[in-house]
Write a protein that binds this ligand. Structure first.
Ligand code: DON
Length: 565
């Protein structure tokens, strides 16, 4: 597929996420005890109930993840994966990687046919599926940090699946927009279409009995309830039905993994960010290093100069991402050097305030000694003790591979598209990758998901993260800068217009109505090619003020909801 066709796909992905929505936007409300901000009202309310019953932020996060698997089938999941960053009130931080893995039978050329990269195979259907990580991740998080048992935190999700919930306008639209693709797969057609020529409507009660049974098995048997027994049988049967690759052994061997967050510092803030296989941490740390000598506050929010400096830094960080980053269990990533001052100072040497650097003239930077060896969803939670959790979770594209597991009631991801299936060929988000992110059995695909907890003087100050493919990184960065540089409140920082640059394609992408015509003219005069897109990510943030009061940033670009007390 040519680069332009892939770019079109990227835009369709964002267009699909831009239909009319009904987020709850709370400009000035603050909460003293706990706060849960997610993409969905049911999930936020469930998280809040867990907090009010004495659960901590991790208990609430696990409850929310399972609830979103029911109410947000396009992204919330048990058939996908994600990342969690935890910051406890005692200062301990941890990062949990429950990203999918390539099955053992995966091969680097699995999407090549007659010498051609067939990108549709990594995007839709059975070959796009990575080994799901969510259930193992949630159980690990709960075992290490939770106060409540699994059967208690999963119960609200089981109830919602069994008794049904009322579809919102956008949930009904989402399902209807994907009907033609669901119809190609029998189980998805049974679960996610009306079964006839009619369409879902706002207010329809959506019941998922098979999913309730699967969640019930997880509740009773923990990890074994998913990775072995009838649910594993159902997954393997689905693989056999459509000639997929995942085996019992892949399921048995899947393990989520605790990792050390990457810490970046800027203006007295410390950002604790999900490390690789998330690329967001390295990119944000690099960008902050590259921009820290520029008088950004003076330039002014979203002025042409401000956008230019950030876009140039984003361009360089994404060029490095494409070359150096991959699964740290498979490739050596020179993280320290990439995020260090001297390397990034060298990277900004080629900055000019007057003109944009052409991406074609820019590649990854040279690091000595290194040899090549809209659908996601983010939620933020703080509990009454000051423990914070940031989780970003996904099936990758909206509704993932569109293949559901017969009798088990859930969709499988299409995360294999996040590998660089053919080095040099862009994936669905236009991202180019190299050897570091090539497909290998058991490897995790590189991600842009960037759950982040920001502390100041040792206390949680912001809980941040976003959905939106590579725009996750730039949206999370801008939520942070909106507070760190401009002192915006949570809702303001979340609603504010954003922009995105990812090196290739060489275009500066403001969100719709994001930049004024004269700002765009000034940027064009510097040589930027401007390409407006509907949304630059969707973010669900929490800010904490000096008195410990919590406020929510609910992205008006989505259906998000804040529940606090
Ligand atoms: O992990 C990643 O970077 C992608 N699978 C995320 C996809 C995404 O955010 C889609 N959109 N909203």
């Amino acid at each position: 597929m040519t680069y332009n066709v892939r770019l079109l796909l990227l835009l369709l992905t964002v267009v699909f996420t831009s239909h009319s929505l009904s987020a709850q936007v709370l400009n000035s409300k603050t909460y003293e005890n706990g706060l849960v901000v997610t993409a969905d009202k049911y999930a936020s309310e469930i998280g809040k109930e867990i907090l009010m019953k004495g659960g901590n932020a991790v208990d609430a996060a696990v409850a929310v993840q399972f609830a979103l698997a029911v109410t947000l089938p396009r992204a919330g999941n048990i058939g996908g994966g994600g990342f969690m960053v935890v910051h406890l009130a005692n200062g301990e931080t941890a990062a949990l990687d429950f990203r999918e893995k390539a099955p053992q039978k995966a091969a680097r050329d699995m999407y090549i046919r007659n010498g051609q990269f067939k990108s549709d195979l990594s995007w839709e259907g059975i070959l796009a599926v990575g080994v799901p990580g969510t259930v193992d991740g949630m159980i690990k998080a709960l075992e290490r940090y939770g106060r409540m048992p699994l059967d208690v935190v999963i119960q609200p999700a089981i109830k919602l699946a069994r008794e049904g919930y009322s579809l919102s306008y956008s949930q009904a639209e989402d399902l209807n927009n994907h009907k033609d693709t669901f119809l190609k797969y029998q189980a998805s057609s049974n679960y996610f279409t009306t079964g006839d020529t009619t369409f879902f409507k706002e207010g329809d009660v959506f019941v998922q009995t098979d999913l309730a049974e699967t969640l019930e098995r997880v509740s009773r048997f923990g990890r074994e309830g998913f990775y072995s027994g009838p649910v594993a049988d159902a997954i393997v049967n689905e693989m056999e039905r459509y000639r997929g690759l995942i085996t019992y052994r892949d399921l048995r061997n899947y393990e989520s993994k605790w990792r050390e967050p990457i810490v970046a510092e800027y203006l007295g803030y410390k950002l604790h960010i999900m490390p690789p296989p998330s690329s967001g941490s390295v990119a944000i740390a690099q960008i902050l290093e590259m921009i820290d000598d520029y008088p950004l506050a003076e330039m002014g929010h979203n002025s042409a100069d401000y956008v230019h400096v950030l876009a140039e830094a984003m361009r360089r960080a994404f060029a490095d991402r494409s070359y150096y980053l991959g699964d740290p269990d498979f490739v050596d990533i020179p993280i320290e050097e990439m995020t260090g001052e001297s390397y990034n100072d060298r990277r900004v040497n080629s900055f000019s305030m007057d003109s944009a650097t052409a991406s074609s003239t820019l590649s990854h930077g040279q690091i000595q000694g290194y040899s090549e060896s809209m659908e996601t969803t983010h939620f933020s939670i703080i509990d009454k003790d000051g423990n914070a959790v940031a989780v970003t979770t996904t099936l990758n594209g909206s509704f993932g591979s569109h293949v559901s597991v017969t009798n088990a009631g859930f969709l499988l991801n299409n995360e294999m598209d996040d590998f660089s299936a053919q080095p040099g060929e862009p994936n669905a988000y236009g991202l180019i990758g190299a050897e570091a992110n090539a497909i290998e059995p058991g490897k995790r695909m590189l991600s842009s998901m960037t759950p982040t907890i920001v502390t100041k003087d040792g206390k949680v100050d912001m809980v941040l993260g976003a959905a939106g493919g590579p725009r996750i990184i730039t949206a999370t960065l801008q939520s942070f800068l909106n507070r760190a540089i401009f002192g915006m409140r949570a809702q303001q920082a979340t609603s504010a217009a954003r922009f995105h640059h990812q090196w290739l394609p060489d275009v500066l992408m403001p969100g719709q109505f994001g930049l004024s015509p004269d700002t765009k003219r000034l940027l064009e005069a510097k040589g930027h090619k401007i390409f407006e897109i509907p949304n630059v990510g969707r973010t669900h943030n929490i800010f904490v003020d000096q008195n410990g009061n919590l406020s929510a940033g609910v992205d008006p670009r989505g259906d998000g909801w804040a529940s606090g007390y």
